[in-house]
Design a protein around this ligand. Structure first.
Ligand code: SF4
Length: 328
């Protein structure tokens, strides 16, 4: 019997030692090696002046009187929206506006179509208009273009995202008759035998806009090779966004890893993230500090943090603080 117990004891000891050693040499987590990191926040990132203006107005009004309603998210960044909600801002949708009476309503930087102002008069709403001045100018230009086109049986074309708040405001200047194109393939919606006025949502890519202009010229030459076509375009893209792409390209090239902070609803955020990713494939998109992944910083010592025109500086600082936890 003794040899059997010796054998059993030996087997149990072997299994116990094996399990112990494997827990040391085969860790369940992959091993990351952290260096001392320099973390730089891009000084050109953060709110554009249109968003700063809208938020300043909201904060000022909230100090004076509550409740203050805001038609749609004041900025495409949930973290900033939640901060202002905590201060008393109430976000409502367009369908709610019809039932709201005798209240104060903030119009955000994207602007609104004329219908919103008509509802406000009818419902005795006090509008606090924080539309960005650049968007207001574009609305006026489109309204003028629309009246001009009406006389000539022409068309207003907007390069932008169908359903985007700014585009809704722009379309509203044309009684919703403007043709919206987001992709090159959609130029087929245009009638090339009628006059055309082309505008752009303020946050679109200049390169794509110019490609569309060239494409339209080509098509017009095809349908009317001998005549002069009535086609004008207005590069209405906001330089607060387009100038950032060049600055972000330079910034992204300087660091091993780029953390781009933006809400996913932000149109310019997704565009600028792609700008960084094209220059530096190690660019990661986060909307909060909780989304930071430790594996991005293994053996990295230069990290850049940047963001969209709708990203608050305090959020980029929070993200940088989180990354510091992986610095040796
Ligand atoms: S991106 Fe330009 S147009 Fe849009 S809100 Fe900012 S400043 Fe105004």
């Amino acid at each position: 019997m003794q040899p059997f117990f010796d054998l059993l004891f030996g087997f149990v000891t072997f299994i116990r030692n094996f399990l112990f050693l494997s827990s040391i040499f085969v860790p369940s987590q992959p091993f990351f090696f952290y260096l001392k990191m320099n973390i730089t926040i891009d000084p050109h990132s953060g709110f554009c002046f249109g968003v700063v203006y809208a938020i300043e107005i909201a904060e000022r009004e909230l100090k004076l009187e509550k409740p203050l309603y805001c038609l749609g998210d004041i900025v495409h960044n949930n973290m900033e929206v939640n901060r202002l909600r905590d201060e008393g801002l109430i976000i409502i949708e367009h369908k709610d506006l019809k039932n709201l009476k005798d209240s104060k309503v903030l119009i955000r930087a994207h602007g609104e179509p004329p219908e919103t102002y008509q509802i406000a008069v009818k419902n005795n709403l006090h509008l606090i208009d924080a539309s960005c001045p650049i968007v207001l100018k574009l609305q006026n230009d489109i309204q003028y273009g629309f009246h001009e086109m009406k006389k000539k049986n022409g068309q207003i074309v907007i390069f932008g995202k169908e359903g985007h708040a700014e585009v809704n405001g722009l379309k509203g200047q044309t009684h919703d008759t403007a043709i919206v194109i987001t992709h090159l393939t959609e130029i087929e919606k245009i009638d090339f035998f009628r006059p055309i006025r082309l505008y752009s949502q303020t946050t679109m890519s200049i390169e794509e806009f110019l490609t569309i202009v060239e494409l339209l010229k080509e098509r017009l030459n095809q349908v009317n090779p001998t005549g002069v076509s009535d086609f004008e375009w207005d590069d209405s893209i906001c330089r607060q966004v387009s100038n950032r792409s060049g600055l972000l390209q330079e910034f992204s090239a300087k660091y091993q890893v780029i953390i781009f902070v933006s809400g996913e609803k932000s149109s310019n955020g997704m565009f600028l993230y792609q700008v960084c990713k094209n220059v530096n494939p190690k660019t990661f998109l986060v909307s909060t500090r909780e989304e930071i992944r430790c594996e991005w910083f293994s053996e990295v010592n230069e990290v850049g943090v940047c963001g969209a025109t709708s990203t608050p500086m305090w959020l980029m600082q929070e993200v940088a603080q989180e990354i510091r936890k992986f610095s040796n």
